[in-house]
Design a protein around this ligand. Sequence first.
Ligand code: ZN
Length: 450
Amino acid sequence: MDPKRLSYSLSESHLSTSLFRISPLRGFLLPLLLAVIFLFGNVSLQADTSSFERSIGGFSDDTLHLERISFVPRSDGMGYVIRFHQSARLDSFSLIQPASDLIQLEFFHSNIDTLGIQFPTYNEDVQEVRLYKLENSYGVDIYLGQQLQVISNAYPDMKSKDILVALTYSATREVELFTQQFLARNWYLSLNLDNSLEIIAPTSPSQANLDQEYEQVKGKLRFDTVIIDPGHGGDDPGNIGYRNIEEKSVVLSISKKLGSYIEEYLPDVKVIYTRETDRYVDLEERGSIANRAEGDLFISIHADGWTSSSVYGSSVFFLGLHRSDAAFEVMKRENSVFTAHSEELFNLTEEDLLIYELAHSGYIATSERIAYMIEDQFRTRANRKSRGVKQAGFVVLYQASMPAVLIETGFLSNPAEQRFLTSDYGQSIIASAIFRAIRDYKIEYEKNQN
Ligand SMILES: [Zn+2]
């Protein structure tokens, strides 16, 4: 590695968060991050490189397959996230943005393989990604639309080996100031005299290759595993309702009904439970179970409780910054139950959630879509009072790397709703409403993949 380059090592899992955690100011995170980038950009310019570089650590001889490049709008509406899907972590990488419409990255790894790489379907904002095989690295050009005014940043995804490039809408003047500090790299000049430059461009693979690739990815395109997470359990009873009904037993019954409907009516979908008995499973383990099973959807089932017995109705949550005080209250109740077991898991900061939103834009959009489908079933078919779809920072959803929702099926503190939720009839209605939403989503998902 060129010693003149500004490089700083950070531990893998905390690389992106550490930028945030140095700040005592909450709520000004994105501007702060940009200021940090700006600062490093300036420093690196003085170091005669016009780039900043991150060493991720752990040099490896394993081949890194750069499999796919994709991009999605950010869930917070603030721009885009471009993802480089990789089979292994890079040793390090750098990012510069020498013009409003050009981002350049350099990927360092001893052995990068781009055979069969899939490029995204471009739009007017993200117009083209080009790769250049250099002697000891890969150069990447990302061409953006000229109307797009964004500032870029790159960081490794915490939950995969991918590299994420976040584009953040910014004022024209800010973009000018940001881009001024960088000089565009000419990849052709980075070459030694031998002709080791190879431009990786979309080719037209033969039909046989396409078929083979399709076979390989077909499994991933199917919606075939649902994780059902009955909340609480063991010495964590959850909310205690009217007549001392415990949330943990109500939600286990509903979960099992849901699972049996899926197994009966969607036989190609595998059901994995995070618990099937009255036992305690911590939040991290619930997420690990889901991730190990490579679930397509994570559904956490709960029942609410409140000091006033007149409050009733169901809510569906997906993960993100809480947008309302009511959502924050529910989140505190569901997260706080676990503090007796694992204190540190309770600390989902705004920074964590912001980074999650950046890294998981695709999951969040999907989670929101499913949340609305479930809410619609509750309201129209199950005839429940809907308290709406909300976004909040549930720890259990944070752990699962897949679309995930948390359902508050109703209030055990309300006598009528408690009777409904503890009856076989009521549990069947709730479970079948969730089932229909999953079935409809599966149909929609598989249609979109083909
Ligand atoms: Zn709960």
